[in-house]
Design a protein around this ligand. Sequence first.
Ligand code: ADP
Length: 480
Amino acid sequence: MSRFRSLRWRLTFLYLGLLAVLLLAGGVAQYFAAREVLFRTNADVLASEYNAVFTAFRKANASRPAAALRALILSQQFTNELRSRNTSAAVFDLNGGQVALTPASLGTEQVPTLTTQAYIDAARSKPRAYYLATGSDGTTNYLVVLNVVRNGTRPVAVAQLAIPTSEIDQTLRADRLLAIVGSLLVLLVAGLLSPLIVARALHPLHQMSTTAGALAAGDYKQRVTVPKTRDEIGTLAVAFNQMAAGIDHAFEVRRRSEEQMRHFVADASHELRTPLTSLAGYIDVLGRRDMVDAETLQASLAAMQQESARMTRLVNDLLTLTRFESGKAPSRQPLQLDQFVNQALNELSLPDRGAVESRDIQPGVTVTADPEALKQVVTNLAQNALKYAPGAEQRWSVFTADGRAAIRLQDTGPGISRQDLPHIFERFYRGEKARDRSAGGSGLGLAIARSIVEAHQGTIEAASEPGQGATFTAWLPLAA
Ligand code: ADP
């Protein structure tokens, strides 16, 4: 039974119920309209019959004086002339008294009568189009038409013509039967078709509930077919698919970030393991010896210090990275970029560290930035150039373009290979050459630079042709 509680069946029953009510109302209205038309048409025929007979009667008796004509009208002879095969005739005086009557030549002997008042009213004012009366047997019904008989303009009597309604009733019965059979047929066809039509219209809803189940079970690629008709269900299907795409995207983002996190943790652990293993090794060696000579002790302690410094650097780098990647806004202040870069480069004293330095600093460029963080960007770029392009020229420039400020470092070193270039800003990524070189860092320098620049709503990019040096440009929004 519960399946009939579904929307599909509820809509079907509602539709069929409405259709049945409309068919019934239409049928009843049509029946009464047809009945009225049939009664009126027959009444008109009787009225015309009366007019024809009375006109002929007056003509035939035109020579008689008025009193004689009146007497003739109020006689059986007149009713005899008025009646026909199916039609009975009767004449009543102006007080409703019955004067003469003649039954129809065929059928029953009955002549129906109305109330005396009905005849009096008819004589006084215009009679109604027709009256209905029951015969003396109590079962036969008659259609009665009254006509005021006038001698000149003076009313003389009321003539009644009546026919049994059996033929009209028969026609109406046939009409009723036809209407009932037709309505039942219409209901049957509607009953067969409407569940199919409703099911078709509701199909996307079914699909949506199945798809929602699949989404809940973790299949985020499921979508519903959008029906061609852009009705409410079509709009719902479009919205549903948008929601499914949104969920899919959100989970994809989450999956990717979880994967990145896993990689990050694995890489960080890996990087930390190397100095830790090395420290453990030294401790182990020193611990096993009974006597350690001063030289070995000094060398071991120096190596251990180096490893611990390396670890500290790495941990600091990781902290910096997470600080900026968590999206925390750096404490920014207006910064004269020309002064700032000049000062940072002076502090780095690159020529003392073997680099050839040149500067092309445009004055009057202001940004809003965290000076400590921005200094780290400059430092990381400079140190990379010192590491990967030792002894080469470092050309530093500060300029504005497209409404943005730029800090650019161009070196004349060996450049970056094509395979490395797209990855150098990734965390822990070390270029091919850096990997087997002890001087190479942990692969976090450029990742930190990028996270700092991006925390300032800027971008950082690298360009390089192998053998032609490398160019790094950090773009920052200009101060308003
Ligand atoms: P690392 O700790 O290895 O220096 P970075 O993130 O700073 O990590 O740099 C990533 C890689 O980019 C380096 O391993 C190196 O291969 C490459 N790289 C960075 N700067 C330069 C440069 N100026 N010239 C050539 N290669 C560079």
